[in-house]
Design a protein around this ligand. Structure first.
Ligand SMILES: Cc1ncc(COP(=O)(O)O)c(C=O)c1O
Length: 397
């Protein structure tokens, strides 16, 4: 067996299952889960129609590089969304959702024969950690800072860590914080990448769900604005799962540094991660349409506008920049006890923030917070919020 497998940590939901194993939820309430961040708005009909029309594609093996038409769709979307001019032949690659791509990317980029470090934000999407460990690297966790709108203070990472860093994961908009990384941070990270030679993987899968006027800044957009049009050492990861409510379709793409994508394509060819032709056809329909994305964003905006003020009255929480999570501080400061007791008394599931982060530099930056995924319909999210308000009033005042 690969000994590195034993370095993997239990997934947050396994820990939650363990925590809840001794809890009997109050049967007076129907269960509501704000736990899993799985989109639940309706899948657009145009995607379903395109899938149904493409069944003939099942008769052929798809190419790992994807259909030229899909690559064109991806490039055209990047042009409309970020004003970028990418080369469809060399600067984009379809992937089966960003999760597998983030994992596979670490296996492609990391050289474990040197003392490799991967820098992750903390809290973070756990795939970054598993990808780094299985590639033979060590992880360094850079804490999210509430004083910086939950962005990471990149100056807090010591120079000796940067010197060994081969890969940096950036997540903007962030899961679970919803923070969008500002241009000044991009500038800083590009300078560090130039100095130390590491690759930046920019996870942007929540980019289309946002609450401010301005759409979140993308990594390639930031690079272009700074004149880095070759996207040296930068690859962005995007996905249809949240944008188009198709988490089961497994479709996204990566874009950026052509030299890296060439190696990534080579890795993926052996790994066997070509996207089904049927899914490619449906993906083209999804990337080419923006109306359903605008509608989806509006649904989240209305939901967050209804739910957030209720919770703001009883806990430290506010509308995030983007994403579909509320990242709230719990009264009393014990996120695990809060999640356990809330389930017991009101049958609402939330995720303890400490399960989404690691203790590093002497503290766990997720501790004392919970993540609430507002993916259900507004009425259900409102009902959950009302129960949380009652729970806090009963137990913490
Ligand atoms: C931060 C982050 N990145 C990537 C993913 C993976 O999404 P997908 O593989 O559906 O594109 C998720 C899913 O929840 C996520 O939260």
């Amino acid at each position: 067996m690969n000994p590195l497998l034993s370095s993997l940590q239990p997934y947050p939901f396994e820990r939650l299952k363990q925590l809840f194993s001794t809890v009997t939820p109050n049967p007076a309430y129907a269960p509501i889960s704000l736990g899993i961040g799985e989109p639940r708005h309706a899948t657009p009909q145009l995607v379903l129609d395109a899938l149904a029309k493409a069944t003939a594609q099942l008769a052929a093996y798809p190419a790992t590089a994807g259909l030229p038409a899909l690559r064109e769709s991806c490039v055209n979307w990047m042009q409309r969304r970020y004003g970028l001019k990418l080369d469809a032949a060399t600067q984009v690659l379809p992937v089966n959702g960003s999760r597998e791509a983030l994992f596979a990317f670490a296996q492609t980029v990391i050289d474990p024969t040197r003392d490799a470090v991967v820098v992750c934000p903390n809290p973070f999407y756990q795939i970054y950690e598993g990808a780094a460990l299985l590639a033979g690297a060590q992880t360094y966790y850079a804490p999210s800072d509430p004083a910086l709108n939950f962005n990471v203070n990149w100056d807090s990472v010591p120079a000796e860590v940067w010197a060994k860093t081969q890969l940096l994961f950036v997540c903007s908009p962030g899961n679970p914080t919803g923070a969008v990384m500002p241009m000044s941070d991009w500038e800083k990270l590009f300078a560090l990448s130039d100095k130390y030679g590491f690759v930046i993987a920019s996870d942007e899968c929540y980019s289309e769900i946002y609450f401010r006027e301005e759409a979140p800044l993308g990594g390639l957009e930031a690079a272009t604005k700074l004149g880095r049009t070759d996207f040296k050492n930068l690859v962005a990861f995007t996905s249809l799962s949240k944008r188009s409510n198709v988490p089961g379709m497994r479709s996204g793409f990566v874009a950026g540094d052509a030299n890296i994508l060439k190696q990534f394509l080579l890795y993926r060819t052996y790994h066997g991660s070509a996207m089904s032709g049927m899914v490619q056809a449906a993906s083209i329909a999804a990337w080419d349409d923006e109306a359903h994305v605008v509608d989806n964003r509006e649904q989240y905006r209305q939901k967050f506008a209804a739910v957030t003020p209720l919770l703001e009255a009883v806990m430290d929480v506010r509308l995030p920049d983007a994403g579909f999570y509320l990242w709230a501080a719990v009264p009393g400061g014990d996120d695990v006890a809060f999640a356990r007791d809330l389930l017991a008394q009101y049958n609402v599931t939330v995720l303890p923030g400490s399960y989404l982060a690691r203790e590093a530099q002497g503290f766990n930056p997720g501790a004392g917070r919970i993540r609430m995924a507002l993916v259900a319909e507004t009425a259900e999210c409102l009902e959950a919020a009302q129960r949380i308000v009652a729970f806090i009033k009963n137990t913490h005042s």
